[in-house]
Design a binder for this molecule. Structure first.
Ligand code: FAD
Length: 478
């Protein structure tokens, strides 16, 4: 019987996993997960994602066991020697994996392919992380897209999303399967346990990803278009960390969603799939412009005078102590559960890059470390979009007003009350701008500005005008 090593990465699932599916067709399988953060340099998983990875690997181990296989886990600074050893030990003659899109891994994966093919090993990669092939979707003149709407239209017209593959029922392993390192060797869990909020909120793993999708389809997709901007409601899918870790694929989401609507593109369905399309767009940009991980897509913004120093204002932003309720609610939600709502991501990012004039790279790095869904494509896309220097970006002069945003999208103040409990007793009319409340109202709500809750770290109008002035001066100089 032929033996294939299947190398898992961000594809921690059994169903719709082409590398695993085709390896099972060939014969015996050696499922391996190698943790080699050194190979990803500054794009190695941050602390929040490591927590998720630990639990996702536990779930994968369990699913593999139920089908007769055992996940081989290894910790190493370099993947190639581990793969070579596994191939020799098990007598495997093939190595399969699902295509990865992190630019850091391209050179490594190419080098591994070359080295192993030279030894006669069959090396194959299978696409499954995206709906589209970034080389296939191009403008009429053959260029990659940098604007979302035409990208999405073209994608819908050229891409036929294949039906997802089933999970293998049984997986044969070779008799000489080497023992796995214990999962604990990867040291993914925090040494000081800060993950209580994560445990209360999330259920990582493939079965839970599908359960959440079903919940969303039954309860929220119909109102998605109207309610997706409301952080006070549970109105979005919250599939982003599951998608990032490959516990579910976009094509499974695509087909399950359209099956649910019996093929009808209702407002909710259309809007939801379009958002999944933004994830595709992020990877389209990253694939064609890998430098955007650290540089703006719009290169003229390289000279924009953002501060890249971790000032006290930046630290207050990280901790959710800016004195701006919507910003603080978002940053505290992020810290507690490793996730925040898309609308609030835009509000906190706009506050940092525009009102505080702090570099989007610092914000991106903080999100990278603290988000359970931190993603090399979507995070950079979101930050550059908000800062005005990326693909299809909000113009620099569009500055979110966190008070107006709060009143519109958190109309009863429930979101702020949940995450900033020291303001919970303020009447709704002042909850998004406590500095506007009369002293007697503050007193009655137990709020003392500067003591129980900070004064705003910057005045809304002044900081907005400063940002616009800076933009104008910079525009004239370049
Ligand atoms: C500053 C900033 C940083 C961001 N960083 C990340 C990140 O690191 N990882 C990440 O997955 N998303 C990121 N996003 C995009 C978006 O906020 C999240 O994908 C979304 O909030 C996840 O919640 P959900 O799964 O409930 O989304 P839903 O509204 O249910 O959308 C379904 C799926 O579509 C995709 N999606 C939705 N909106 C976007 C978007 N604007 N860009 C790209 N994909 C999208 C996600 O995969 C999401 O799971 C960022 C946005 C901003 C403004």
């Amino acid at each position: 019987m032929k033996t294939t090593v299947v190398w898992f990465h961000n594809d921690l699932r059994l169903a719709d996993n082409p590398a695993l599916y085709y390896a099972v067709q060939r014969g015996a399988v050696v499922p391996v997960f190698i943790f080699a953060p050194e190979e990803q340099a500054e794009r190695a998983p941050g602390e929040a994602r490591k927590w998720w990875l630990h639990h996702s690997l536990l779930s994968l181990q369990q699913s593999l066991r139920e089908r007769g296989a055992e996940l081989v886990i290894r910790r190493t600074p370099q993947s190639l020697p581990v793969l070579e050893q596994l191939l020799v030990e098990t007598g495997a003659d093939a190595l399969y994996w699902n295509t990865r899109y992190e630019p850091q891994l391209w050179t490594r994966d190419e080098a591994i392919t070359r080295a192993l093919r030279k030894r006669g090993i069959e090396v194959r990669q299978f696409p499954s992380y995206l709906l589209h092939d970034p080389d296939e979707v191009r403008t009429d003149s053959g260029q990659p897209y940098t604007v979302f709407t035409p990208f999405w239209k073209r994608m819908l017209s050229v891409v036929r999303v294949p039906e997802p593959l089933p999970a293998p029922e049984r997986i044969c392993v070779p008799t000489n399967l080497p023992a796995s390192d214990p999962l604990e060797r990867l040291e993914l869990l925090p040494k000081i346990d800060w993950a209580g909020g994560f445990r209360e909120t999330w259920r990582p793993g493939e079965p839970n990803a599908h359960a959440r999708l079903q919940w969303f389809l039954q309860n929220a997709v119909d109102d998605y278009s109207e309610q997706r901007d409301r952080p006070d409601l549970d109105a979005t899918s919250r599939l982003s960390p599951h998608l990032h870790h490959g516990e579910i694929t976009p094509r499974q989401i695509w087909h399950a969603t359209l099956r649910h609507s019996r093929g009808k593109w209702t407002k909710g369905i259309e809007h939801f799939l379009r958002e999944v399309g933004w994830r595709e767009f992020g990877y389209h940009i990253l694939y064609h412009h890998p430098y955007t991980q650290s540089q703006p897509l719009r290169s003229e913004f390289n000279s924009f005078p953002w501060s890249d120093v971790e000032t006290p204002a930046f630290k207050a932003w990280c901790k959710g102590r800016t004195g701006i309720p919507m910003v603080d609610a978002g940053m505290r939600q992020l810290w507690r559960i490793g996730w925040l709502h898309n609308r609030v991501r835009m509000i906190v990012a706009s506050w940092l890059t525009k009102n505080l004039l702090i570099h989007w790279r610092l914000g991106e790095a903080w999100f990278w470390d603290t988000l359970v869904d931190a993603d090399p494509a979507s995070n950079v896309l979101g930050w550059q979009w908000t800062a005005g220097c990326g693909a299809d970006a909000a113009p620099y002069y569009r500055i979110f007003n966190p008070v107006i945003q709060g009143r519109k999208f958190d109309p009863n103040g429930d979101y702020v009350r949940e995450w900033v409990p020291e303001l919970a007793n303020l009447p709704t009319e002042y909850i998004h701008a406590p500095w506007e409340a009369p002293q007697s109202v503050l007193q009655q709500a137990g709020v003392e500005l500067g003591k129980t809750y900070p004064h705003p770290q910057a005045k809304l109008n002044e900081s907005r005008d400063r940002a616009l002035e800076m933009f104008e001066r910079w525009g004239k100089k370049r």
